[in-house]
Design a protein around this ligand. Structure first.
Ligand code: DQA
Length: 143
């Protein structure tokens, strides 16, 4: 199984960001742990701070990957472009947020992108990415 993991703006700064919200691991730490936890899964990790680059990556996911895990970060709250790209993406897709976006600033409580995924996981720090893999495996087994 091939899973594309897309992380949006400022997630390259994990470790330096507020650890109460995001945990103390860097994105490299999370990537290594996911690769060692699921050696049978081929992961492609992609991070960008640029909206259009994320749109391009989402557009190219269908046909090349079995599933998509995406944390659009701040773009979740603003990006109709990423939302539209997700709408076009026909593989199973799960949105992940490290922090609990429902318990933070009002402007974070609404994700424009989540409703164009199969569902979203929010508030479990790095564990959200692992939960997403668990759910993708379950979804794929039903097919
Ligand atoms: C985030 C939540 C967003 O509101 C924020 O802008 C981020 C990270 C999260 O993973 O909790 O950069 O997506």
């Amino acid at each position: 199984m091939k899973i594309l993991v897309i992380n949006g703006p400022n997630l390259n700064m994990l470790g330096a960001r507020d650890t109460n919200f995001y945990g103390s691991e860097t994105m490299d730490d999370i990537e290594s742990e996911m690769r060692s936890t699921y050696p049978q899964i081929e992961f492609d990790f992609y991070q960008s701070n640029i909206e259009g680059e994320i749109v391009n990556r989402v557009q190219s996911a269908t046909g090349s990957f079995d599933a998509l895990i995406i944390n659009p970060a701040a773009y979740s709250h603003t990006s109709i472009a990423i939302r539209d790209a997700l709408e076009l993406c026909t593989i199973p897709k799960i949105e992940v947020h490290l922090s609990n976006i429902a318990s933070r600033d009002d402007f974070r409580s609404k994700s424009l992108t989540a409703s164009k995924t199969d569902g979203y996981i929010t508030g479990f720090k790095k564990h959200g990415y692992f939960a997403a893999v668990f759910l993708i495996q379950r979804i794929m087994n039903e097919k």
